[in-house]
Design a protein around this ligand. Sequence first.
Ligand code: 13P
Ligand code: SF4
Length: 352
Amino acid sequence: MKNGVREVLAEVTIPQVKIPAHPVKRVLPAAETEALKERIKTMLQEKNAALVAHYYTEGVLQDLAEETGGCVADSLEMARFGTQHPAETLVVAGVRFMGETSKILNIEKRVLMPDLAATCSLDENCPIDLFSDFCDQHPDHTVVVYANTSAEVKARSHWVVTSGIALPVIKHLADKGEKILWGPDRHLGRYVQQQTGIEMILWPGSCVVHEEFKADALRTMRSLHPKAAVLVHPESPQEVVDQADVVGSTTALIQAVQNMANKEFIVATDAGIFNKMRQLSPDKVLLSAPTGGDGATCESCARCPWMEMNSLEKLAHVLETGEGEIQVAPGLAAQAKIPIERMLAFAETLKK
Ligand code: 13P
Ligand code: SF4
């Protein structure tokens, strides 16, 4: 119980997720990297393709996306970008739900991904049959799902949200007196519930990367860096969120480094985000929040093993061969598009 809010978790047994080993990457000599980048640039042009990358992918991919007129962004902006860009092909460097969202919103475009095996533990935690049965048992609840889900789960929902927009959407629904069935990230769900006080049932999924941030070790780190601001992605556990100066999406955390007067920051999210933070705020000191200590495993490194599956070599390969194409059946896409477009339309009203 926090802020008078009781956490209600759905009583379901979710599948165990098999976490892949971090890929061992061949370090390319600088000349080879440059040659590969040039080949990719040429192919992007020839194939009328745009590269859309997430902030957690390797810096070289993020930079290439920007250099070629694509974008590097959070998952909300990645979804929006594809709808506004004239390219016939979108190449999504990220995880599968991001590619699927692009395809759902742009059914006429070809959407490629460097590695179709790049999934997300939240997506895996929420199989459609289990989730749909649970929704059927709560017909009086509005179903709100995080973007980190399959096309089928999106199609079963009333709203799709990303971390960048979850809070205003849930506030909006709270004002209308709605009861929420939220999936799949229990931590983001609990965070928005505590901020709004709305009645919510939370699917018990979680992100294997953010689960690893350790609250006790963070307290110790803060005592050693008393002037550092603590930035936390809301997929993190409660006791980590409780220590945050800023809780927000990847974009919100990058902006916090730019806008806050602090010189030092402790950052609880995937370390891929440091690429953009360093570019925009070269004078700031950035520290990764601790993932070691009690309960740490060899997976605890603040790097998403699925985001790491993206590489320059795989990107060149899918552009060359056309492999790695995302397929979503048109009927399913049409159904899944409704709650995603609801989110995008709501985002527009917030801008105004
Ligand atoms: P953002 O929408 O904040 O970029 O987060 C996506 C994600 O997968 C975080 O783990
Ligand atoms: Fe999914 Fe977590 Fe990876 Fe984000 S960091 S893509 S939530 S597993």
